[in-house]
Ligand binder design. Structure first.
Ligand code: GLC
Ligand code: CA
Length: 560
């Protein structure tokens, strides 16, 4: 396996709208990010991923791009962006942006031209079809609900969209469109960007015949995902994309890819893969509902452990994946993956330890480093997210009461991750001076950066030690390239694994149970290098061949 520049890095996702507002309009901005670069550097971050900051009507929070060459005025100007890029470089940090090229916004010039002349040049930038026998061109349901086909006024034609109707899908079969995208990507790379996080990219390959599928919901539609799963050939597009762009710049790319077909992982993340890496969503997919959030299973500890272990064993055979606990599309990890008794600072540290030291490149999401939790949601009006609003209706249509549907959204909503970053216990958590665009989590007085700065044992200061350990000259090699070997898989409550090289063996172990748990060490402890127990240095001498782990305790040992 090749050693490349990004493999020992630690990444952090910023959701700009909710990070820090510096001009009092309630919306986070680029100057806010610039002012926190030192904070991120001190945390141990090398690489920053910005969720979209391009010009957009924000129907899907910027994942609907109206101009790929312009910065959304809500966030600042191109000068602010250039300043941000220069400031990251000054600190030896790397900046990557979100690349949303499966679709654009209906406000994009290309789409506006296509609407005016669906038969013309720009009509070919999109998928435009006539209805079939008085029906829609196919029976697909979009990811955000409703048909994938939207009528073009004044014609008998429809355009195709897999997400909101304001996000028309781009026609990748058209070489002219592809070239436009490549030029744009290279323009950003020329500016000095280190790479991209690539949105929804598996969707770019369509079955251009758009065959109907067996309906799978009360709306009599079939999920458009079925087409993605049945069609072949996405690899040719991805290969073409890489050769014309990323490869020339040695750029870092992380793909948002779900459900790779059997045996194809190597094509995606191997040494010559389409991407540097892709996210590991195996734990998140445990709560995929058959019909929506309302029937989403709650993952238990054992299935969560198994999902991660299985994925690690498979991935390390061919490359690196990007390990996450949460992101802007997922509820907060501490509320989701920890049992209720572990939803506290010790639990947050434990979950962080197990995740950050896995095989792969860690991606933290803003607020994870202070243990931010899901918010309490009292009514549907409090949500902003388009997908949450749809899922509420889906739940109601399935027979759930208003209260039950609200509970489902509260548990699963993407807005759980999008509430403003909690900087302090000042008004609005120090995020803004005016009303923020989305409500602040009511727990901000308990969970915020400023208080945690003061406390040596806070989640924040623990994360600093954890990241420093991963990057330390002594353990960097083993924690980056050391083989992943699971341990104590037969226990009820222990999540544990080794990272092993010829020189070193590290044990990462955590007790997710409610009770104390004893394990016999297979390799005697040489040194305890990290623990979420207060005053852990004092306990080191007591370590023998048996390890007594309290509930929510995690330790990292160097073994003989
Ligand atoms: C990705 C993004 C998500 C967005 C969708 C459509 O899944 O992460 O936020 O809604 O793509 O662009
Ligand atoms: Ca602002």
């Amino acid at each position: 396996m090749k050693r490349v520049w990004w493999k020992d890095k630690i990444a952090y996702q910023i959701y700009p709208k909710s990070f820090l507002d510096t001009n009092g309009d309630g919306i986070g901005d680029l100057q806010g990010i610039i002012s926190k670069l030192d904070y991120l550097k001190e945390l141990g971050i090398d690489l920053i991923w910005l969720s979209p900051i391009y010009k957009s009507p924000f129907i899907d929070q910027g994942y609907d791009i109206a101009d790929y060459y312009a910065i959304a005025e809500e966030f600042g100007t191109m000068e602010d962006f250039d300043e941000l890029l220069a400031e990251t470089k000054k600190r030896d940090m790397y900046l990557i942006m979100d690349l949303v090229i499966n679709h654009c916004s209906d406000q994009h010039e290309w789409f506006q031209k296509a609407l005016k002349d669906p038969e013309g040049e720009y009509g070919k930038y999109f998928y435009i079809r006539e209805g079939k026998d008085g029906n829609l061109p196919s029976n697909y349901r979009s990811y955000f609900g409703g048909s994938c086909w939207e009528p073009i006024p004044g014609t008998n034609k429809y355009y195709f969209h897999m997400f909101a109707k304001e996000q028309p899908d781009l026609n990748w079969e058209n070489p002219k469109l592809r070239q436009e995208l490549y030029n744009m990507i290279n323009w950003w790379l020329e500016k000095g960007l280190a790479g991209f996080r690539i949105d929804a990219i598996i969707n770019i390959k369509k079955d251009v015949n758009f065959p109907d599928f067996e309906p799978d919901g009360r709306d009599n539609l079939a999920s458009c995902w079925k087409m993605v799963e049945s069609v072949e050939g996405v690899g040719e597009f991805l290969d073409d994309l890489k050769k014309h762009t990323f490869q020339k710049y040695d750029a870092f790319t992380v793909g948002e890819v779900f459900n790779i077909k059997e045996g194809q992982l190597e094509n995606f993340i191997g040494d010559d893969g389409y991407f540097s890496t892709i996210f590991d969503f195996s734990a998140h997919c445990l709560s995929d509902g058959g019909h929506g959030w309302y029937d989403a299973p709650k993952p238990d500890f054992k299935s969560w452990r198994k999902a991660i272990i299985d994925s690690q064993l498979k991935v390390q055979e061919c490359g690196f994946e990007a390990n996450i606990i949460e992101n802007h599309d997922e509820p907060r990890g501490v509320s989701r993956f920890l049992p209720v008794y572990a939803q506290n600072p010790a639990g947050a540290k434990m979950l962080g330890t197990v995740n950050v030291l896995l095989w792969g490149i860690p991606f933290l999401y803003q607020g994870q480093e202070i243990g931010m939790e899901n918010a309490e949601w009292n009514s549907l009006d409090e949500f902003d997210d388009i997908s949450t609003k749809d899922q509420y209706q889906v739940a109601r249509a399935a027979g759930l009461s208003e209260k039950e549907a609200l509970e489902v959204c509260a548990r699963m909503s993407r807005d759980n991750a999008r509430t403003p970053m909690q900087w302090s216990k000042e008004a609005f958590a120090g995020f803004t001076t005016k009303t923020p665009w989305l409500k602040v989590n009511e727990n901000y007085k308990r969970i915020n950066v400023a208080s945690q700065e003061q406390d040596r044992n806070s989640v924040l200061n623990y994360y600093r030690r954890l990241l420093a350990l991963r990057k330390s000259s002594e353990y960097k090699e083993v924690l980056t390239y050391g083989k992943f070997v699971p341990e104590y898989e037969e226990t009820e409550t222990i999540m544990a694994y080794y990272r092993v090289t010829e020189e070193k063996r590290m044990l990462i172990i955590a007790n997710f149970g409610a009770e104390e748990e004893k394990v016999t060490l297979s390799y005697p402890c040489k040194k305890m290098v990290l623990s979420n127990e207060e005053n852990w240095e004092a306990h080191e001498s007591e370590l023998g061949t048996v390890l007594n782990l309290k509930s929510c305790q995690t330790v990292v040992l160097e073994c003989e």
